[in-house]
Every structure is written in structure tokens, then in C-alpha cells.
Design a protein around this ligand. Structure first.
Ligand code: XMP
Length: 514
């Protein structure tokens, strides 16, 4: 397919995936590549434009990340952002050095609105700055098109050669008109038409899957999370009953969740597919006996999941394709795309069953960001409550129970969590809070219930506001709501006599409580 494409060249900055997401929000497809990628490969991809991202280095340092100057000679429009802007100037003969005044935060920038990149942008506009170095002198041929009192060269252009460099971060939402600037780059400078649309993506992917699979048999591990659900529905639309979905209930799901998944994907649900539910609770609890350490639990749950899945797959017989719900951030973070090559053990990438015989893996969501997966889900007609489900870790409640996991503790945390969620929804707060759940501490303490002394567990309520799940703040929940949740939990959940609220942000905490 001849899709328009913008290439983001990643120099290791923290907002690099955001750049690609924002471009895609302008309906133009965008991929991230490391700065080490050979320019020939980039040229062969025939991109409509190239964006150089921010990065942690100083471009004049000896070992700083750099790029081949040929990138600026290809006749392809280039936009440098922050480090990318400085690097462009440095390479092309400008001067970059330590700024006399470091700029950080929201800063009013004066822009030249006759530049294509600032078309329809206010002359004074708030932008997000974060830099220690600055462009002291622009490279020959470039004209200054933005400045602040402390940053005389906040953006430059060489219009005829379609080269642009911006010191601030248009990809960050704090830059009030950032999306407009990126949209100007892709439409006014790169002449894109905007052919990246989720309805077309869904339709084309279904057709491509149908062609690839032919009369083959397909196997999918369904967790009930957003990614695997969207992948499964896409496959079901493409190949119907040639698809078998195996849902492993590890006994670490939220209350009633196993039944809810069965209702949607099972025989009474709307989709054409073969659905197999494996009730493997006992098997998991036995493996988790005496295990305290969270990483060890994760490993055990992950491995056991694969073993159960394999056992089930063997019963099904030969399959030709295996479906995986890998999404684009997984690809980038496993080091295959950009520069931020940190493999997160919990991202469940690479955990492939190794004893299964299949021809090929199908990853229908491999190109999508999470919000795009959700849009695809809506296009496919998946119920909204499933599409907008909160993230739920693969190891489930296994990592929301401090210390050893037992069936009894799972019951406690499931019930407390169900009450918590019900009350948050009733209070109308569920859309405002990024992620919220109950976890069970390993602490028992004394309480009184009626006239009796109790010696029971404490449950923790966690709620965070977050955009990217990499940083988070504890979400403020009104005291009355917390009071109601507390009294319901201690009254209704046996063996819990205290409710605590976790006020820690991330960092220094994590979102999960494990
Ligand atoms: P933390 O606790 O690392 O969580 O701040 C960040 C986000 O990742 C989710 N998370 C996991 N997801 N398997 C998963 O699939 C895991 O082991 C896991 N651990 C954390 C967490 O729910 C949050 O959204």
C-alpha cells in the first residue's frame, strides 16, 4: 500500500513517541527510527517529511548522537525539534552553545506568521521550552522566524529548501498551538493529503488478513484487555470460525471479569469464532504458593500462562497462525523502532509459546498507538466500556496482593476493588481518574467490629491521574466518597478491617501497588 509517511528520527528524548502520535492525529502515518538508521533506508521509504526529535545530549559534544548531513540534501522536508533543531544548525554551519539563561516551562514566543510552519498561529503564543543549550547563530541560508527574550533564535527556516528548526516542543500539549504547527509542517510544507484514517486502516487490515490466512487456522490468546480484544475481533471479522480464541482464566482477574469476557466472546456473544475458556485458577495458585517477591510472581504467572495456553493449543491441533496484540509502543520500546530501547519486563513482548507449531505470527495492531487501537475498536463495533477499559496488568491481581497470593486473598481484593469501582462510577469520577484499583497489604492490625476485637487485613485504595503512565500523581478523591467506600469495604468484605489511601505519586512510587 502506498501510504504517505513521515519519519521521526529519534535522538533519545522523552517526548519522541508523542511526536509520532501528534502527527498521526493529523491523519498522517508516522514511524520512529533510531538516529543510527542509514539515510539510504530512510530515502527508500520515500517519506513525505522527516522530523528530528529532542534528545538528552549537547550536539557539540564529542559522542553526541548525530545524523548524516545528507539528510538535509535529499529534497525531503525536514523539521528539527529542540535537540534536532540545534543539531541541524550545528551540522549546517551555525553555532550552538550553552544558553546564558536556561529556559524551562511555558514561555511566550513571538512567531513570524508569514512562515508556512506558523500559518494561522497567534503572533504571541505559549510554547513549552526545555533547553540548556541554544542556537547562538543560525546556519547560513536560514532566517529567524521566532524568538523569546532569552532565546533570540527560537525557530528558523530555509523555505526554499524546506528545512525548519524549532527550539521548543510543539508535540507537548503545553504548547498551545503545537498541533497546528505540526499540522502546518505535514500539510503546508510536506504536502500531505492525510490518508491515515482508522476506518480505512481497519478495512484494509481485515482484507490483508483474509488474503494472508486463506483457509488456514488461527489461534489467539485472549486476555480481555483492549489490545487482545481488538485483535481478536479484527481476526474474527476477517476469518470467522477459522479463528479460535483461548481465554486463560488465571484466577487473578477482577471480580466477575472472566464471565464478562465469556459473555462477549463466547457462543452467546456477537462474534463468529471458536471460544475456549480455561479455568486454570488452581494451577496458578499452586505455582504462587509461598512466593512473595513481585518480579518472581510476574515471571511465574507469565510462564504458567504460556504453559496453559500451550496445553490448550495442543488439544486444538495444528494451527497456521498465532495472533499477538503487540502495539506500536511495544515495538519502539523493545528497541526495534526508536532509540529508547528499554525493554519493560511487563510489556509481555517476546513471551511466545516455544513448543507450538505455527507458520507465522499475525500482529494486526503492530502499527498502532493505544488511542488508535481504541479508535479501531470503536470502528469494529466493540462496546465502549471494553474499548475504554483501564489498563490492567497481565499478572493481574497477582501483583496487587502484597506477599503470598491465596484464593482467599484474591477474594478479598476482588470484592474491595469491585466496591471501589462501583462507588467511583456512582460519584461520576471514573472518566477523570487515569487508573484506580484496590490492592491488599500484607499487614494485619487490630480493629473493633460491634463488640468484638478483630485482627484483619488492610486494603489500599490507589487512584492516579496520568496521561502517559510513565509519571503520575495521586488523584484527589472527595473525602465523602472515600468515607463511603471505606465503610462499605469494612462492612461487606470479610477479613478486612482497615482501608488506606495511597497518596504517593510516580516517581517515587509506581502506579501499581506491589
Ligand atoms: P507501574 O506500576 O510500573 O505501571 O507504574 C505503569 C503501567 O503499567 C501497568 N503494569 C503492567 N502491565 N504487566 C502489564 O501488562 C505488568 O506486569 C504490569 N505492571 C504494571 C500498570 O497497571 C500501569 O498502567
Amino acid at each position: 500500500m502506498n501510504r504517505e509517511k513521515i519519519i521521526v528520527i529519534d535522538f533519545g528524548g522523552q517526548y519522541n513517541q508523542l511526536v509520532a502520535r501528534r502527527v498521526r492525529e493529523c491523519n498522517v502515518y508516522c514511524e520512529i527510527y533510531s538516529y543510527k538508521t542509514d539515510p539510504k533506508i530512510i530515502q527508500e521509504m520515500n517519506p513525505k517529511g522527516i522530523i528530528l526529535t529532542g534528545g538528552p545530549n549537547s550536539c557539540y559534544d564529542e559522542n553526541a548522537a548525530t545524523c548524516d548531513p545528507i539528510l538535509f540534501e535529499l529534497g525531503i522536508p525536514v523539521l528539527g525539534l529542540c535537540y534536532g533543531a540545534q543539531l541541524m544548525m550545528h551540522i549546517m554551519g551555525g553555532q550552538v552553545c550553552k544558553a546564558p539563561v536556561r529556559e524551562y516551562g511555558k514561555i511566550e514566543v513571538t512567531v513570524d506568521t508569514s512562515s508556512p510552519i506558523f500559518q494561522n498561529v497567534a503572533e504571541q503564543t505559549i510554547c513549552w521550552m526545555s533547553h540548556n543549550d541554544f542556537i547562538k547563530k543560525s546556519a547560513p541560508g536560514f532566517q529567524t522566524i521566532a524568538h523569546t527574550p532569552d532565546c533570540p533564535i527560537a525557530a528558523v527556516q530555509w523555505k526554499e529548501r524546506q528545512l525548519y528548526a524549532i527550539q521548543f516542543h510543539p508535540e507537548v500539549l503545553h504548547t498551545a498551538e503545537g498541533t497546528k504547527m505540526l499540522s502546518n509542517f505535514v500539510y503546508q510544507v510536506c504536502n500531505c493529503h492525510g490518508d491515515w484514517r482508522m476506518d480505512a486502516f481497519v478495512e484494509n487490515t481485515i482484507k490483508a488478513i483474509r488474503k494472508k490466512v486463506g483457509s488456514g487456522r488461527v489461534l489467539c490468546a485472549l486476555s480481555g484487555g483492549v489490545d487482545s480484544s481488538v485483535a481478536a475481533v479484527m481476526l474474527s471479522k476477517a476469518v470467522g470460525n477459522q479463528l479460535t480464541c483461548v481465554f486463560v482464566d488465571h484466577g487473578l482477574l477482577r471480580k466477575n471479569e472472566g464471565d464478562e469476557i465469556e459473555e462477549i466472546f463466547g457462543p452467546s456473544g456477537p462474534y463468529e469464532l471458536n471460544f475456549v475458556r480455561v479455568n486454570a485458577q488452581k494451577r496458578f495458585y499452586e505455582k504462587l504458593k509461598d512466593i512473595q517477591e513481585p518480579e518472581q510472581k510476574r515471571k511465574i504467572i507469565g510462564e504458567e500462562f504460556i504453559r496453559v495456553f500451550e496445553d490448550e493449543a495442543k488439544k486444538i491441533g495444528s494451527v497456521d497462525f498465532l495472533v499477538q496484540g503487540t502495539i506500536y509502543p511495544d515495538v519502539v520500546e523493545s528497541g526495534l523502532g526508536g532509540e529508547s530501547a528499554t525493554i519493560k519486563s511487563h510489556h509481555n513482548v517476546g513471551g511466545l509459546p516455544d513448543h507450538l507449531n505455527f507458520k507465522e505470527i499475525i500482529e494486526p495492531l503492530r502499527e498502532l498507538f493505544k488511542d488508535e487501537v481504541r479508535q479501531a475498536g470503536l470502528e469494529l463495533g466493540i462496546p465502549k466500556n471494553l474499548v475504554y477499559r483501564q489498563p490492567f496488568p497481565g499478572p493481574g491481581l497477582g501483583i496487587r496482593i502484597i506477599g503470598e497470593v491465596t484464593a482467599e486473598k484474591v477474594r478479598m481484593v476482588q470484592e474491595a476493588d469491585a466496591i471501589y469501582r462501583e462507588e467511583i462510577t456512582k460519584a461520576g469520577l471514573d472518566k477523570e481518574i487515569g487508573q484506580y484499583f484496590a490492592a491488599l497489604t500484607n499487614m494485619k492490625s487490630v480493629g473493633v467490629m460491634g463488640d468484638e476485637r478483630t485482627y484483619d487485613y488492610a486494603v489500599v485504595l490507589r487512584a492516579v491521574s496520568t496521561v502517559d503512565f510513565m509519571t503520575a500523581e495521586a488523584a484527589p478523591i472527595p473525602w465523602e466518597v472515600l468515607g463511603k467506600i471505606t465503610s462499605r469495604i469494612v462492612n461487606e468484605v470479610k477479613n478486612i478491617n482497615r482501608v488506606l489511601y495511597d497518596c504517593t505519586g510516580k516517581p517515587p512510587g509506581t502506579i501499581e501497588f506491589e
